[in-house]
Design a protein around this ligand. Structure first.
Ligand SMILES: Cc1cc2nc3c(=O)[nH]c(=O)nc-3n(C[C@H](O)[C@H](O)[C@H](O)COP(=O)(O)OP(=O)(O)OC[C@H]3O[C@@H](n4cnc5c(N)ncnc54)[C@H](O)[C@@H]3O)c2cc1C
Length: 428
């Protein structure tokens, strides 16, 4: 039994650990086009901001592959998958046969087709190598101002890194508010206020229509309304789309918004599994399949796939959106539904907003269950609320205390408290 994994990030490592749990012996090969040993992608903004150094980027210790008996082909691009022949082809290196395959190719950053994207000083920001290149550009050109396109999670992380380097930032967002997919209108207003307080120029309901250069290098951008913004650096942070370019048409692997998988993380082709940002994963709150590009979910999906690849039956019980992001050092957490969906169910909102301290807490309830939580500037009990959402705990007995300052583990029913403290309620 030969296991082959395309990818070397959260989903791939989850898969290795899932396989080795039940199959200590059969060979595993990881093929990835990035040259590094596995690393924590969410740390690249801290690396760019100078808050961590390269020695802290590793997601597993240096001897991980040796200990797990994994052969690695790093810096090698997979160009095709041939499910009917059970092999993949490698750029310049022939082909590799598999008995069971995991596709864990992650997400691909979106770059709109506008003039000027080929200029020096224009980057996407999803890889370690890109963080290095941007840092080099800043140092070599003495970059003083940047335009970040996109005010979502990656955009905000990019802004924080650039501010840490003393760079003046303008953020351009097509939606009518920042962080529009993970915050409600009040949360976005707060984030906007915090960004402007730190000197960030915020432009919403517009986008960059052209990047203009001078001597081959970025000089300024032109917005849709004709405004010109001078800058030495442009970073696209519009978000990632499932990276499914490798999947050949008519090969039996169905692709919708991402690769389609069943609860065992198997694709529609025999012995081909997929996990992480490249799939349409099961969202247990909306009870639908959709891309959920979140690190811990990628790991869990990969782990489930790995167990199944090793012959042990396992099912993925689904995830839901969970984002923890600091907006210029103000901590925030957004989990599950942030705006009640218009789906015929009845929702109730509990909230508390303090403009003086810029603190906002919001909980969304469906019947006696919590289905969403948004916290800005006070995230102390976020883990408890996330657990209540994940485990769909009946909150009717302690609903009135949910937002009180004294709410904590002690407020929970005894059995559930035990599950949170010593049982599977704790997720690492
Ligand atoms: C800047 C940034 C900050 C983030 N912050 C957070 C955060 O705070 N919290 C959070 O939960 N999530 C965060 N995320 C999202 C998180 O990083 C992803 O959900 C996670 O990395 C997905 O893991 P994955 O294994 O599916 O794929 P990826 O991490 O995208 O890795 C894809 C792998 O596939 C390989 N690959 C792709 N194509 C090929 C090919 N053709 N041939 C060979 N190899 C290939 C790549 O080399 C790579 O190893 C952040 C993402 C970014 C970019």
């Amino acid at each position: 039994m030969k296991h082959v994994i395309i990818g070397n990030s959260a989903a791939a490592i989850g898969c290795v650990e899932g396989i080795r749990r039940y199959d200590p012996d059969n060979p595993i090969t990881i093929v990835a086009d990035e040259p590094h040993s596995t690393y924590s992608r969410p740390l690249i903004s801290y690396l760019l901001g100078g808050l961590v150094d390269e020695s802290r980027m590793g997601y597993r210790p240096a001897d991980f592959y040796e200990k797990q008996r994994v052969e690695t082909l790093l810096g090698v691009e997979v160009t095709h998958i041939f499910p009917e022949r059970r092999c993949i082809s490698l750029a310049g290196e022939g082909a590799l046969a598999y008995d069971r395959l995991l596709i864990a190719t992650g997400g691909k950053p979106f770059v709109p087709p506008i003039p000027g994207t080929n200029l020096q000083g224009v980057y996407t920001f999803v890889k370690w190598e890109e963080a290095r290149k941007i840092a080099r550009h800043i140092e070599e050109t003495g970059t003083r101002s940047a335009v970040v396109i996109g005010a979502g999670l990656i955009g905000l992380k990019t802004i924080e890194a650039l501010l840490a380097r003393g760079i003046k930032v303008t953020v351009v967002e097509l939606a009518d508010r920042v962080l529009s997919t993970i915050f409600d209108a009040t949360g976005s207003r707060l984030a906007d206020l915090i960004l402007r307080r730190e000197g960030v120029e915020v432009r919403t309901q517009t986008t960059v229509s052209e990047i203009i250069g001078r001597g081959g290098r970025v000089d300024h951008v032109v917005l849709q309304d004709g405004e010109r913004v001078n800058c030495d650096l442009v970073i696209f942070a519009i978000g990632v789309r499932p990276n499914t370019g490798l999947i050949p048409a008519n090969a039996g692997i169905e692709v919708g918004r991402g690769i389609r998988v069943d609860a065992r993380m198997q694709t529609t082709a025999p012995d081909v599994y997929a996990a992480g940002d490249c799939v349409e994963a099961y969202d247990k709150l909306t009870e639908s399949h959709r891309p959920l590009p979140i690190w811990p979910l990628a790991y869990r999906q990969g782990h489930v796939a790995g167990c199944n690849m090793a012959g042990h039956d396992r099912e993925y019980d689904g995830g839901f959106p969970m984002n923890s992001i600091s907006v210029c050092d103000v901590p925030t957490i957004s989990v599950g539904f942030i705006e009640p969906p218009d789906d015929g169910d009845r929702y109730e909102i509990l909230d508390d907003y303090d403009r003086e301290t810029l603190t906002y807490k919001k909980l969304i309830l469906r019947g006696h269950r919590l289905v969403g939580a948004l916290f800005i500037n006070e995230i102390d009990r976020a883990g408890i609320y996330t657990g209540l959402i994940r485990d769909q705990v009946d909150i009717s007995q302690f609903k009135d205390h949910l937002l009180s300052g004294s709410f904590g583990l002690i407020s929970l029913p005894k059995d559930y408290r035990k599950h949170m403290v010593v049982g599977s309620g704790i997720e690492v």
